[in-house]
Design a protein around this ligand. Structure first.
Ligand code: SF4
Ligand code: SF4
Length: 187
């Protein structure tokens, strides 16, 4: 797919903000496309991880935040494991999600921003994701109380989600990381 960058976008590119939030050196990308070839979601979206990187390198601005893959990325890290330059795309996608939220570009017609917020909230509270809690909050936030409820007993029986939050995390340290990031973002 051809990559189109608006001329005026070069002046207001978001690459530095993405670098700042993710800590990833986006300019190290060689465009080998190994990430895209292994990405389980790129074939279902109109853009791919390597395209996102290329667009950032070319100076794309906030229009990039409207890309569907930012919200369909499942943070599986397949791209990272294949990347010869060790670029962690999941972190880049996370940074783009943060910017999409900050600028109000988060897709209003989808529930992924809500799910993302809820999952991060459970990590901040419990030190790790708490799936059952996140599920309950998501259902409350989308008023979809009964949807897929018939699958819950099977999910619990197979041990796919735990009834209680994980006890092994260093909650204090995780909270400190969140607080540090929130302060850094306000600067
Ligand atoms: S695998 Fe790494 S170097 Fe290759 S295109 Fe993807 S991000 Fe760039
Ligand atoms: S982390 Fe996201 S971008 Fe990377 S392979 Fe998985 S779904 Fe694709």
């Amino acid at each position: 797919m051809p990559i189109k960058i608006k001329k005026e976008a070069v002046r207001r590119g978001i690459i530095n903000r993405v670098k700042e939030i993710s800590g990833i050196d986006i300019n190290a990308c060689l465009q080998c496309k190994k990430c895209t070839n292994g990405c389980p979601v790129s074939e279902y979206t109109s853009s791919s991880p390597s395209e996102i990187i290329k667009k950032l390198q070319l100076g794309a601005g906030e229009e990039l935040l409207d890309s569907e893959i930012i919200w369909t990325c499942v943070s599986c890290a397949t791209c990272y494991s294949r990347c010869p330059m060790e670029i962690d795309m999941a972190q880049v996608m996370d940074a783009l999600r943060v910017l999409a939220e900050e600028t109000g570009a988060a897709k209003p017609d989808g529930n992924m921003p809500l799910m993302n917020k809820i999952l991060l909230g459970t990590i901040k509270t419990f030190g790790r994701t708490y799936d059952l809690g996140a599920m309950a909050l998501y259902k409350a936030g989308t008023a979809s109380y009964m949807k897929d409820m018939d699958k819950v007993p099977m999910i619990l029986k197979k041990g796919k989600i735990a009834l209680l939050p994980s006890q092994g995390a260093d909650k204090k340290m995780v909270k400190q990381i969140f607080n540090h990031l929130e302060k850094a973002r306000k600067k």
